[in-house]
Design a protein around this ligand. Structure first.
Ligand code: HAM
Length: 410
């Protein structure tokens, strides 16, 4: 028996309905903030992702050559593609651009719960606004979107400039090594690396920076940086809007394009793969032949949100099974159209079975049966049977629709 590729998943209807309902809540939040959906290709020129994605992601890419010899990659993330599209299609559009997307990404990672080779991101990119309020808006929207799903999480906000300031005198390769130690909280390794360079005091400062939780402490450790006022304004706006977050100046992010504020969300009830959101300010457009436009965005790991939400019972549609005899078939088609027109899910029998078998099937899959035989055709009525209680009545069509509509969702 053939199986799906490792790290991918199939989704049955119940799961798809749960996913769509969570996706809808994210979409609706984005809409209320003025973010409009965009869509980019599933694969792009490899170069788009190798320019500034970071070693981790480059090593995980699905890369292939097409029949024309072009080097292509399945998108490992969507930000670079959105910025490419901005340069190709919307460079002259009035700024800022508020865009969002819901799309699948591909990374060749070792699969486990919450980590897949094909996974979905709900993301947002705010292009062309280089202000504290712009940064704050994106973080507020991130929190709003997660709140709308009902997931419980912790939001951490940091800024790359502080750590950069402390690391400024180190070679780029050593900086990367130091950041990797800090990211994994490998403090012994960090101390060893810096002691070898005669910079033990720096290790202590870095550890204090990562552990400190107030802005004043952070500046006392890292020194004043030019963007201080903007950081204070951004955090002030978050406080004014009531966003709950903690400061964390150890956030390094896996991707290489971030320039300033960075933030990550962590679900309370997930294990190792508990990061459900990541984002920050970045500059990519100038690398792809565009203007050096400032952008800020984030992506939510949609699948991880679903894992975190668990199997919370879904609100199910009320289902009407339309049951008919041969004489009733034409009328049954009209009746099913009338139910659907009011938004009620109506399913006709397709198996050409007798009334008894149709009713037996409907009782497994529906809440009500509407029976239409010769008698109903002649009298212009329908027989509505509540399949849970067994109660049955003869009604005109509108009364039947009203009664089913009043039943609400399960
Ligand atoms: P990222 O942190 O690489 O950022 O990915 C965003 C989210 O995608 C992660 O926080 C995680 O929840 C989810 N994710 C990543 N890898 C997997 C996986 N293998 N399986 C399931 N979920 C996964 C970005 O991709 C940036 N483009 C975000 C961004 C947008 N920054 C600015 N704008």
């Amino acid at each position: 028996m053939l199986q799906k590729p490792r790290g991918t998943r199939d989704f049955l209807p119940d799961e798809m309905e749960a996913r769509r309902s969570v996706e809808w809540r994210m979409r609706e939040t984005a809409r209320r903030w003025g973010y409009r959906e965009v869509c980019t290709p599933e694969f792009e020129d490899l170069e788009l992702f190798t320019m500034r994605s970071g070693e981790g992601i480059i090593g995980e890419m699905y890369v292939f050559e097409d029949k024309g010899g072009r080097k292509l990659a399945l998108r490992p993330e969507i930000t670079a593609a959105v910025i490419r599209m901005y340069i190709n299609e919307a460079k002259v559009a009035p700024k800022p651009l508020r865009w969002c997307y819901f799309a699948d990404c591909f990374r060749y990672e070792r699969p486990q719960k919450g980590r897949y080779r094909q996974f979905w991101q709900f993301g947002v990119e705010l292009i062309g606004a280089d202000t504290a309020m712009a940064d704050a808006e994106v973080i507020m929207l991130a929190a709003g979107m997660l709140d709308a799903t009902g997931v419980t999480y912790e939001l951490k906000v940091g800024h790359l400039a502080l750590m950069k300031n402390l690391l400024a005198d180190l070679e780029p390769a050593i900086q990367r090594k130091v950041r990797a130690h800090l990211d994994k909280k490998e403090y012994d390794g960090l101390k060893e690396t810096l002691a070898a360079l005669g910079k033990s005091a720096l290790a202590d400062s870095l550890i204090s920076l990562v552990e400190c939780r107030t802005l004043n402490d952070a500046f006392a450790i890292a020194g004043d940086i030019p963007g201080r006022e903007r950081i204070e304004q951004t955090l002030g706006a978050l406080d004014a809007y009531g966003v709950k977050y903690s400061l964390n100046f150890g956030i390094a992010r896996g991707l290489d394009y971030y320039t300033g504020i960075v933030f990550e969300g962590f679900a309370d009830n997930l294990g190792a793969e508990n990061q459900i959101l990541g984002g920050g300010t970045y500059r990519l457009a100038h690398l792809f032949g565009g203007d050096d436009v400032a952008s800020c965005g984030f992506a939510i790991g949609f699948d991880r949100v679903m894992v975190s939400l668990g199997d919370a019972p879904l609100r199910q549609d009320t289902v009407v099974g339309i049951v008919c005899t041969d004489e009733g078939r034409s009328r049954a088609l009209e009746v099913s159209r009338a139910f659907r027109a009011t938004g009620i899910r109506a399913e006709m029998d397709l198996m050409e079975r007798g009334l008894g078998a149709q009713l037996a099937h409907a009782s497994k899959s529906a809440d009500f049966a509407v029976v239409i035989g010769k008698r109903e055709v002649e009298s212009g009525t329908v027989t509505l049977r509540n399949l849970k209680t067994g109660e049955q009545k003869s009604l005109d069509l509108m009364a039947a629709i009203t009664e089913v509509g009043a039943h609400g969702t399960r």
